[in-house]
Design a protein around this ligand. Structure first.
Ligand code: HEM
Ligand SMILES: [Ca+2]
Length: 733
C-alpha cells in the first residue's frame, strides 16, 4: 500500500503530538503512529545526561554528571554516597584491590618460566618436559555409517524439506519457514552446525562420539592454572555491566543446549512431526543422579571432571557433569563421506535474533506466554502494582522455595531465566517493552484485534532489539573498525539488504560452546542496588543470588528500579582470561564455569585452537616460540605447562588467553568467529529489520533512533541513565 504524505500521521514528523525530542513511529498502514523518544534517554521528558566538563573535583569519591539543564550531580563510587560523595556507606563486602601481576622481574627482563632450562643454541628458555607428541588432530574417521542417539537408535538425515510454508508478514514462532527453500534452517529444536569438523577420541569413530582425552589435563586443573582470578581482579575502564546482561540475554536468544534433566521430555511436535514415545529414549534423557558414583561408570550421559590433588577449593576428587543432548531434526551437512555422520548437538532456541527467549520457541509455548488480550504478554501484577514476570507452574523446584518456603520461578521462553538476577531483569525489560508498545498500538488502533496487536508489537520489539545488538552492542565488543569492515555495520538511516537465501544462519557449535562464552570473563562477583541519590545499597555476593531472582520480586518489585540502575551503571570486568571466584568455584553452590566451558568443548568434540587459528587466517601457535603468537609471557607459560603439544590446546583456553587486538575486546580468534556468526545471522534472516518491505522508511528510521537506554528508562521508570548504556559516564577515549 502506498502511503501519501496526506494520510501519513507521521508527516510532519512531530505529529501526532510528539515533542521535538521524540520521533513519530508509523506502524504498518498509514493509520497508526506513536511517539518514541528521540534522545534515547528519558522518561518522561527526554532529558539527556552529559559528561561534566567542569566540577570533577566536586564529587570527591564519584563521577560528575551534567544534566542538559546545566545542573550537575554526582554518581558515587561503590562505598560512598551523599551529594558530594563524601559519606562512607557500609557495604557488606569490600571491593577487592586491583593488583597487576608483574610479568617482568625487578631488573626489567623476563622471568624464566618454571620448569624451563636455558637453551643456549637458540637463546630461549625451553620447557624441560617438552617433546613432540603423537597427538594427531587429523584423526581418521572410520566406520561411521549412521548417526545415532544416546540409545543407539538410528536417526534419519532429515531436512524437513516437505514442511509447508506460508509466506507471512510475521516470522513464525519456532523459526521455521524463515528460509522458504529450507524451512528448518535456523529453526528451534534442530541441530547446530559447525565451522570445522569435530575431533573425538583418537582411534574411535566420530560417530562413537567419545570425547578426546589423550594427554589432556583435567578441565578443572586448566581452570585453576589459567582462569584463576585471585589477586587479579581487573575492572574494565570503559564498559558497564550492561555489556554482560545484554550479552547473556542475546546468547540465550541464539542458543540453548540442554543436558539430561530430571523432568526433561524430548517430545516436541513443533515441527509437525509425530514422535513415537520411546521409554528407553526418555530414560536416557533423565539426569543420572551423580556421575561420580561408581555405579554410573560407563554411563554415556556422564563425562565427569577430575579434581587435581592440589585443588585449593574442592575436597572431592570428581565433579558431576552430563553431556549435551543430541538432536534429531534439521539439516546435517549432506555428504557421502562417513566422517560427516557424527552426532550433533541440538539447539532448543531459534538461531535468529527474534526474541525467541521472550516469545517462546513453539506455538504452544508462545500461547502460554500471551495474555490473549490487547496483544499483551502475561505479567504477574504485585500488590504494589508492579508488573513482574509470571510464575512458572513448576515453581516447586524453585531453590528459594525449597530453602525457606517462599520465592518462585519465573516463566519466559527460556529455562535459564532464574540463573542470576541480570538475566531475569532483562527478560522483564523485554516483556514490559512489548506491553508498552502493544498498549500504544491499542490506543491508536482501537480496531485491531489481539493477534494483530501482538504480532505488530512483536515485530517492532524484535526490530528494536536487532538494532540495539548491531548498532550499540557489537561495535562495543568488536570495536567500530571491525564492525564497519565486516558487514555488521548499521547505517543511521535507510534500508540495507544483505539477505542471501543460500546462507544457513544456524548457530555454529563452536560459537555457542566456546566463542560466545567469552562473556563469562566480564562477570562481577557482586550484585547491588543503586538508589536514586546514587548511593549504593545492599551489596550482595553473587553466590547468594544464583538461581534465585528475589532481588527482582522482593518488596513487590519495588526495588527493581534501583537494581536496574545498578546493573546499568556498574563497571564490568575486563575481558581477559581471569574469571571471578564466585563463578569459577562457587557457581550454583559449587560449580566451576571455566572448567565447565572447557569440558563442554570436549563433550561437543570441538576442533582444537590451532585449527581455528588456521581457519581464521591466523598463524597457529607453536611451543617453539618463547611467547606464543597473540599471547603474553604468562599465558604462554601456563599453556606450555598444561598441554603436551600446542596442537592439543582447547579452543576456549587458547582463545581466552589471547590478547585483545584491533580495537576488539576479544582476541583475534574469537573476534573472527564472532564476526562470522553475526554476519551469518543477519544475512540469513529473511525478516531482518532493515530489509525493504519490513517497515516503511519512516518507521525504520525511527526504530534506528531508539537506544537501549531509552527502553531501560521507559520500562523501569528510571529518569536518567547514560546515553550509551554500555559505556561508563566520563569515559574518555
Ligand atoms: C551473568 C552470569 C552468567 C552465568 C551465571 C552464566 C552461566 C552459564 C552456565 C552455567 C552455562 C552452561 C555451562 C555448561 O556448558 O555446562 C552457560 C552457558 C553459556 N553462556 Fe553463560 N553465564 C552468564 C553470563 C554469560 C554472558 C555474559 C555470556 C555472553 C556474553 C554468556 C554466554 C554463554 C553461552 C553462549 C553459553 C552456551 C549456551 C548453550 O549452549 O546453552 N553467559 N552460562
Ligand atoms: Ca532466537
Amino acid at each position: 500500500e502506498v502511503i501519501t504524505d496526506e494520510d501519513n500521521p507521521c508527516h510532519p514528523i512531530n505529529e501526532p503530538g510528539c515533542t521535538t525530542d521524540e520521533f513519530c513511529v508509523l506502524i504498518n498502514s498509514g493509520d497508526t503512529a506513536f511517539c518514541i523518544c528521540n534522545s534515547t534517554i528519558a522518561n518522561p521528558n527526554c532529558s539527556t545526561d552529559n559528561n561534566c566538563t567542569e566540577g570533577e573535583t566536586f564529587c570527591n569519591h564519584g563521577q560528575c554528571v551534567k544534566k542538559d539543564n546545566g545542573s550537575i550531580f554526582c554518581v558515587c563510587n561503590v562505598g560512598y554516597c551523599g551529594a558530594d560523595c563524601k559519606d562512607v556507606v557500609h557495604v557488606t563486602e569490600e571491593p577487592k584491590v586491583v593488583t597487576e601481576e608483574p610479568n617482568v622481574n625487578s631488573s626489567g627482563s623476563y622471568q624464566p618460566p618454571e620448569n624451563t632450562k636455558w637453551d643456549a643454541n637458540n637463546e630461549i628458555w625451553k620447557p624441560v618436559y617438552y617433546d613432540a607428541h603423537d597427538f594427531n588432530p587429523h584423526d581418521p574417521f572410520v566406520n561411521a555409517t549412521f548417526i545415532d542417539n544416546f540409545d543407539g537408535t538410528t536417526i534419519p538425515r532429515t531436512c524437513d524439506e516437505g514442511l509447508p510454508c506460508v509466506d507471512s508478514p510475521y516470522r513464525t514462532i519456532d523459526g521455521t519457514c524463515n528460509n522458504l527453500d529450507n524451512p528448518t534452517w535456523g529453526a528451534a529444536d534442530t541441530v547446530q552446525l559447525r565451522f570445522l569438523d569435530p575431533i573425538f577420541k583418537t582411534g574411535t569413530s566420530t560417530s562413537d562420539n567419545i570425547p578426546r582425552s589423550e594427554n589432556l589435563k583435567s578441565a578443572r586443573e586448566i581452570s585453576n592454572e589459567v582462569f584463576n582470578a585471585i589477586h587479579n581482579q581487573h575492572w574494565s575502564e570503559k564498559h558497564t555491566a550492561s555489556l554482560l546482561w545484554l550479552g547473556q540475554f542475546l546468547s540465550h536468544d541464539l542458543g540453548l543446549t540442554k543436558q539430561p534433566k530430571g523432568t526433561f521430555s524430548i517430545i516436541n511436535i513443533s515441527l509437525g512431526q509425530i514422535l513415537v514415545l520411546d521409554l528407553g529414549l526418555i530414560k536416557k534423557h533423565k539426569e543420572p543422579k551423580n556421575c561420580c558414583n561408581e555405579t554410573n561408570l560407563g554411563d554415556e550421559r556422564c563425562f565427569t571432571i577430575a579434581v587435581p590433588d592440589s585443588d585449593q577449593y574442592y575436597t572431592v576428587k570428581c565433579k558431576h557433569f552430563t553431556r549435551s543432548i543430541i538432536g534429531t531434526k534439521g539439516c546435517l551437512p549432506s555428504s557421502t563421506n562417513p566422517k560427516d555422520n557424527y552426532k550433533e548437538i541440538n539447539n532448543f532456541q531459534t538461531s535468529y535474533i527474534d526474541l525467541s527467549l521472550t516469545y517462546g520457541n513453539s506455538d504452544e509455548e508462545a500461547k502460554e506466554l500471551r495474555n490473549l488480550t490487547g496483544g499483551r504478554l502475561n505479567v504477574k501484577i504485585s500488590e504494589q502494582g508492579q508488573h513482574l514476570l509470571p510464575e512458572r507452574n513448576d515453581t516447586l523446584e524453585c531453590p528459594m522455595k525449597k530453602k525457606n518456603g517462599s520465592g518462585y520461578c519465573q516463566k519466559t521462553g527460556d529455562p535459564r531465566v532464574d540463573n542470576i538476577n541480570f538475566i531475569g531483569a532483562t527478560h522483564l525489560l523485554m516483556v514490559r517493552a512489548h506491553n508498552w508498545i502493544a498498549d500504544n498500538l491499542t490506543e491508536i488502533n482501537p480496531h485491531w484485534d489481539d493477534e494483530k496487536l501482538y504480532q505488530e508489537a512483536r515485530k517492532i520489539l524484535i526490530a528494536l532489539f536487532q538494532n540495539i545488538v548491531y548498532k550499540e552492542y557489537l561495535p562495543e565488543v568488536l570495536g567500530p573498525y571491525l564492525s564497519k569492515n565486516n558487514k555488521l555495520c548499521v547505517n543511521d538511516t535507510g534500508y540495507q539488504d544483505d539477505y542471501n537465501t543460500t546462507y544457513n544462519g544456524q548457530i555454529r557449535n563452536e560459537f555457542m560452546a566456546a566463542a560466545f562464552r567469552w562473556g563469562h570473563s566480564i562477570l562481577p562477583g557482586h550484585q547491588a542496588y543503586l538508589l536514586a541519590d546514587h548511593c549504593l545499597m545492599d551489596w550482595y555476593t553473587v553466590i547468594d543470588t544464583f538461581k534465585c531472582s528475589e532481588m527482582l520480586y522482593a518488596n513487590g518489585g519495588m526495588n527493581l528500579t534501583a537494581y536496574v540502575r545498578w546493573m546499568s551503571w556498574e563497571k564490568s570486568m575486563k575481558n581477559d582470561r581471569f574469571m571471578e571466584d564466585e563463578y569459577r568455584n562457587y557457581l550454583f553452590g559449587g560449580e566451576d564455569l571455566a572448567a565447565r566451558n572447557i569440558q563442554r568443548g570436549r563433550d561437543h568434540g570441538l576442533s582444537t585452537y590451532n585449527h581455528f587459528r588456521t581457519f581464521c587466517g591466523l598463524k597457529p601457535v607453536s611451543f617453539d616460540d618463547f611467547i606464543l603468537e597473540d599471547h603474553d609471557w604468562e599465558s604462554s607459560n601456563a599453556l606450555r605447562n598444561l598441554y603436551s603439544n600446542a596442537d592439543a590446546i582447547d579452543l576456549y583456553v587458547g582463545a581466552m588467553t589471547e590478547e585483545s587486538a584491533g580495537g576488539s575486546i576479544l582476541g583475534p580468534t574469537f573476534t573472527c568467529l564472532t564476526i562470522k556468526q553475526f554476519s551469518l545471522i543477519r544475512a540469513s534472516d529473511r525478516y531482518w529489520y532493515e530489509r525493504p518491505g519490513m517497515f516503511t522508511l519512516d518507521q525504520l528510521n525511527s526504530i534506528k533512533q531508539v537506544k537501549l537506554a531509552k527502553l531501560t528508562c521507559q520500562v523501569f521508570d528510571i529518569p536518567t541513565i547514560q546515553e550509551h548504556v554500555f559505556v561508563r559516564v566520563n569515559y574518555n577515549q
